[in-house]
Design a protein around this ligand. Structure first.
Ligand code: C2E
Ligand code: MG
Ligand code: MG
Ligand code: MG
Length: 282
């Protein structure tokens, strides 16, 4: 009898797991139509130059306004997109929307750079630089104002090809940033092999650097590494005033985090640009 009960418990467990997997599969299958039916949204989070508190750019962060499930965050569908072959159309949609928005800001007098997250998988596509170039031309957005944040969600399997793609993007004038720096074991290899302009120190090191001394040591070391390699540094996950001042004291270039603003939709961002003390500093 007890063996049977164990068996039942095992079945209950796998049934739950099964339901979850089926839901994920459904979500992955819905994604291509969601892109076509304009269910994706961009939120923007300001990036602030520390030495003069000037807003110099915005990171575009994708959301999925799902008709039944509400607003979904990228961690719940980007991995699915990568697995189900819809990361390319998704990235194209994000790039197009972000570049258009950057172009609108320029026309209204806001000289902002726009950062877009790129799954490393995309770097295997040799025509990706052409796609980016066409989108830039269509919106007449200067390549120098576009920054591609390469995330290590996928391991680059064909390093030679990826290096070629990044090199061509760099030749277009597009800036290249390594996101979540310090967390992936390939990030050091990236900055040796790829023409990188910037690193973004992962928020896991920044969030508690004002109370956890090991975290502060890591951030200081990454800043020194970046300085020696002549790379610009963004600290993400700046949530309070103390962390801002600590980073400023360490010579960090750019800060991003809830202390200045959460990621918000364009309407909210535009009003933030006119009302926030950070934006007023310019
Ligand atoms: P990421 O590029 O490292 O973006 C930073 C994440 O940290 C964002 O989460 C942002 O909302 C959050 N964040 C910003 N400031 C703070 C802070 O002060 N405290 C805390 N606790 N969190 C903060 P989000 O928007 O959920 O995005 C998660 C990840 O999804 C991104 O991490 C990025 O890797 C990926 N992602 C977002 N949009 C895209 C996209 O269009 N394409 C691809 N391939 N990936 C994307
Ligand atoms: Mg990013
Ligand atoms: Mg990051
Ligand atoms: Mg991330």
């Amino acid at each position: 009898y007890s063996a049977k009960r164990d068996k039942n418990r095992f079945m209950v467990y796998t049934q739950q797991e099964d339901t979850e997997r089926r839901q994920q599969l459904r979500l992955a299958q819905e994604l291509p139509d969601a892109i076509d039916n304009n269910q994706l949204r961009l939120h923007f989070q300001p990036m602030i130059r520390m030495h003069d508190s000037t807003v110099i750019g915005a990171e575009a962060l994708v959301r999925w306004q799902h008709p039944q499930k509400g607003l979904l965050f990228p961690d719940s569908f980007i991995p699915l997109a990568e697995g189900a072959g819809s990361i390319e159309p998704l990235t194209r949609w994000v790039l197009d929307a972000a570049i258009r928005q950057g172009s609108k800001w320029l026309s209204s007098g806001h000289k902002l750079n726009v950062s877009v997250n790129i799954s490393a998988l995309i770097l295997h596509n040799p025509i990706f630089p052409d796609i980016v170039n066409r989108l830039l031309e269509q919106s007449r957005f200067p390549a120098e104002r576009l920054k591609l944040e390469i995330t290590e969600s996928a391991i680059i399997s064909d390093v030679v090809r990826a290096t070629d793609v990044v090199t061509r993007l760099h030749e277009l004038g597009v800036k290249v940033s390594i996101d979540d720096f310090g967390t992936g074991y390939t990030s050091l290899a990236y900055i040796r092999k790829l023409p990188v302009d910037e690193i973004k120190i992962d928020k896991s090191f920044v969030l508690n650097m004002n109370t956890v001394s090991d975290d502060a040591v890591i951030v200081r070391t990454l800043l020194e590494l970046a300085r020696n390699l002549d790379l610009s540094v963004v600290a993400e996950g700046v949530e309070d005033r103390e962390t801002w001042y600590m980073l400023a004291g360490l010579g960090c270039h750019v800060a991003q985090g809830y202390y200045m603003s959460r990621p918000i939709d364009v309407e909210a961002f535009d009003s933030w640009l006119t009302t926030s003390p950070w934006a007023a500093a310019r």
